[in-house]
Design a protein around this ligand. Structure first.
Ligand SMILES: C[S@@+](CC[C@H](N)C(=O)[O-])C[C@H]1O[C@@H](n2cnc3c(N)ncnc32)[C@H](O)[C@@H]1O
Length: 248
């Protein structure tokens, strides 16, 4: 299934047993509008179409025993070849979404959005036969330390985060607000109208119109939140600031 006809810079192929789950949330709001405008392209490949035999079996029992089923290497290999012809032609970013992969982050989203073609293999059951991952040198990427039933939700999350970074997808106003992680810090707290709600008033500085003070307040809030909630990010932020100071 192709959901866009033009040839945009960011092109995603999803290898899945459930193509009907796409575009899913990607078809709504910012990412959906960008898809309609041809700013990115989404294709799905139904892995089942590459299964042979009367029962079109895509999985089999795990060698060595154990619970569940494993997706077959030969079937996935045929699905990949249908799109890339050979291993040499695979895109740089061909990934398998998996709980044991490298944790997905904003830097990866940025790299994906700039690298053109991305292929995402969505697992089901107990996962995928290791041989096809090794043969195609497929990188594993995790959405976090938990186990989902399939790779389709991680794939949509990864594509969403990447599409947002394609130039022109977010308006200039929104881009300026793209705060969490882009500067290495979490975003400051946001407020809107009404000015007073539930006996709480919006912080005075945000109503002052003084942009320098607003910027400084937000920066302090971002730093304090990051320090409190994400000591890992805070450590990296402080280290990068120190490196910058030494270079200057
Ligand atoms: C039930 S899970 C398999 C879990 C696998 N047996 C394990 O313990 O690592 C089925 C599929 O969901 C996807 N999946 C589940 N959790 C994920 C996560 N945290 N990040 C990325 N993909 C995930 C993977 O594609 C996986 O093959």
């Amino acid at each position: 299934m192709s959901t866009s006809v033009s040839s945009p810079l960011f092109r995603v192929k999803i290898f899945t047993l459930f193509p009907g789950l796409f575009p899913g949330v990607l078809g709504a709001s910012v990412t959906g509008r960008a898809l309609d405008q041809g700013l990115w392209r989404l294709d799905t490949v139904n892995i089942r179409d590459y299964a042979h035999g009367k029962h079109a079996q895509v999985d089999d029992t795990p060698c060595g025993g154990g619970a569940g089923m494993v997706m077959r290497a030969d079937v996935i290999d045929r699905a990949l070849r249908s799109q890339y012809t050979s291993i040499e032609n695979k895109p740089k970013n061909l990934i398998y979404v998996s709980p044991r992969g490298k944790p997905f982050d904003q830097d990866m989203a940025k790299a994906f959005s700039q690298d053109g073609d991305v292929g995402i293999l969505c697992g089901r059951f107990e996962g995928v036969d290791q041989r096809v991952l090794d043969a195609w040198d497929i990188k594993e990427v995790s959405l976090g330390d938990f186990v989902l039933s399939g790779g389709e939700i991680p794939a949509q999350a990864i594509v969403d985060a990447s599409v947002r970074l394609i130039p022109g997808v977010l308006g200039a106003k929104d881009s300026l607000n793209e705060q969490s992680f882009s500067s290495g810090l979490l975003e400051y707290p946001q407020f809107t109208r009404p000015r007073e709600w539930n006996d709480c008033i919006v912080p005075q500085v945000l109503l002052s119109g003084n942009h320098r003070e607003i910027y400084a307040w937000r920066q302090r809030q971002s730093e304090s939140l990051t320090k409190q909630r994400r000591p890992d990010l805070w450590g990296r932020y402080v280290a990068s600031k120190e490196t910058k100071t030494v270079k200057e």
